[in-house]
Structure formats: structure tokens, C-alpha cells
Design a protein around this ligand. Structure first.
Ligand code: PTJ
Length: 248
């Protein structure tokens, strides 16, 4: 029997508790890895330090990321268990807004979870989901075992990959393959945060609605290159760290 808790809407930490419930529910539905619950706890700690808001730096990073996806010829959006539990609808909306492909790409890969995530994305309107089963047959060089498998029609041939909440080894390997990397990571000190070209230091729950809106509003823009080229990720990470240290 699963316990269901009702979170009082006036609880001072209602938002954060609701997000936890999404993950726990995602775990019970077979979307989230047990390790994903721990990863979220680490994210929460950084979120607390950053003030649980989408900072101006994060807003700038989101706009640059939307511009880059729109400029790319073969953009791919990578979805893992945590992302599927927290924001499946927005991932599909972003893919549609930027004409990106969606690929399920798991760190703790199991066929069952892959399928559950694919179905969750389809329930939210995804037409075609890459990276499932034998289709994930190409390999990221230098990585070991199951963690290196990617879809030969997706991440393997992508020019830009959006990999939120990603492990450092894989982000670094994808960057070495010459791909432009966009990530969401609340920890500005992580290897993923440093290896990516655009790091959105924000909770993915807040990021995604803003990301979809930005992509939709930039679709006709003539300044995409300017927006993307004006973005400096090391400055972005430096400023995000300063906010954590100094609170402003
Ligand atoms: O579903 P799978 O098998 O692909 O596994 C997914 C996880 C997230 C478990 C896997 O990719 C993993 O172990 O990731 P890491 O190495 O723990 O990195 C996740 C990063 O995301 C950490 O730096 C966290 O601080 C950060 N993070 C966690 N939750 C959030 C977050 N960043 C933004 N928003 C969040 N909600």
C-alpha cells in the first residue's frame, strides 16, 4: 500500500515538498532510479543556498540556451528518470518549440525504466522517442559499459545536446565529441556545470516553463546568434557561486 500525503498549501515549504512527492511518485511508477532520490536531495541543498529562485544569471542562461537550440541543425533533448518525473510536459513542449528530437538516456540504464519513461513522454504528446532498447547502439567513446550507449540517430549525431541533471563523466565525453552542451544543474561546482557550454544554475522545475516560453518567443528572432554569442558560461558560473556565497 502506498501512503499518500496531502501537503497543506500554506506550508512554508509546500513547493519543495510537492516536488519531492513528484519524485517519490515517479520512483513508485518505475521512472526514477533510487539514486535519483539522493541526487535530488543534493540539488535541494544548492537550491536552498541560491534562494529557491530563478536568478537573473539563470534567466540569461535560459535565453542563450533557447537561442542555441533554435540555431542548431540537429538538437537533441536527453531525458532521464528525474526529468521524466518532474517535468515531462515541458520537455515535450520544448522539443516541439525547437524542433528537437527527444532521447531517453539513462545513467542507471534498465530496459524497464527506459520504456516507462518513453510511455510517460508519449502520454504528454511526444511522437517519436529515441534511445529505446536495441536502438541505443552507438557508443560514446571513452565511457564504460551501458552508460555509453546512445542512439545513432539522436545524441550520437546531434550538434547540440540538452542534458539536464547529468553525470560529469558523460557531459565531458559528449563535449569532447564536439557537441554543444546545455545543462541544468543547481551545483555550479559540478563537472557537468563546468564542462557544459551553457549551464542553467536553477531548479529544473522552475527552469522548464521559462525555457519553453523563451523558445516560443525567440522563434522568429533575428538576434539568435547575438544572444548565444553574448553568453559567457564561466562568468555565469562565477556569478552563480557569488550569489550562493553572498546571497546577492
Ligand atoms: O535516471 P538516470 O538513471 O539517468 O539517473 C539520473 C541521476 C540524476 C540519478 C544521475 O544522472 C546522477 O547520478 O546524476 P548526478 O551525478 O547526481 O548529478 C545530478 C546533478 O543534478 C547534481 O549536481 C544535483 O545537484 C543536480 N540536481 C538534482 N536535482 C536537481 C538538480 N539540478 C536542478 N534541478 C533539480 N531538481
Amino acid at each position: 500500500m502506498h501512503r499518500h500525503i496531502t501537503i497543506p498549501p500554506d506550508h512554508p515549504r509546500a513547493g519543495s515538498l510537492q516536488t519531492r512527492e513528484l519524485l517519490v511518485d515517479g520512483f513508485r511508477r518505475g521512472l526514477v532510479a533510487a539514486e535519483g532520490l539522493i541526487a535530488h536531495g543534493r540539488g535541494e541543498a544548492y537550491d536552498y543556498l541560491i534562494g529557491e529562485k530563478t536568478t537573473q544569471q539563470a534567466q540569461r542562461a535560459i535565453k542563450a540556451a533557447a537561442a542555441l537550440l533554435l540555431l542548431s541543425r540537429r538538437p537533441v533533448i536527453s531525458v532521464n528518470g528525474n526529468v521524466a518525473a518532474l517535468c515531462p510536459k515541458e520537455m515535450v513542449e520544448l522539443a516541439k518549440a525547437t524542433r528537437a528530437a527527444i532521447e531517453v538516456n539513462l545513467f542507471y540504464r534498465t530496459g524497464q525504466r527506459e520504456l516507462a519513461i518513453k510511455e510517460e513522454l508519449q502520454r504528454h504528446g511526444a511522437k517519436h522517442v529515441l534511445g529505446i532498447g536495441m536502438k541505443a547502439s552507438a557508443r560514446i567513446p571513452e565511457l564504460q559499459s551501458e552508460r555509453r550507449r546512445v542512439d545513432p540517430e539522436g545524441i550520437f549525431v546531434a550538434d547540440t545536446v540538452f542534458v539536464p541533471l547529468e553525470d560529469g563523466d558523460r557531459t565531458e565525453a559528449l563535449a569532447r565529441m564536439g557537441k554543444k552542451i546545455i545543462t541544468v544543474d543547481l551545483n555550479p561546482l559540478s563537472r557537468t556545470a563546468k564542462a557544459a557550454h551553457i549551464t542553467i544554475v536553477d531548479n529544473i522545475v522552475r527552469t522548464m516553463p521559462y525555457f519553453v516560453k523563451s523558445a516560443l518567443s525567440l522563434r522568429e528572432s533575428k538576434s539568435l546568434k547575438k544572444i548565444y554569442q553574448g553568453f559567457d558560461n564561466s562568468r555565469n558560473l562565477h556569478e552563480s557561486l557569488r550569489i550562493i556565497k553572498e546571497g546577492v
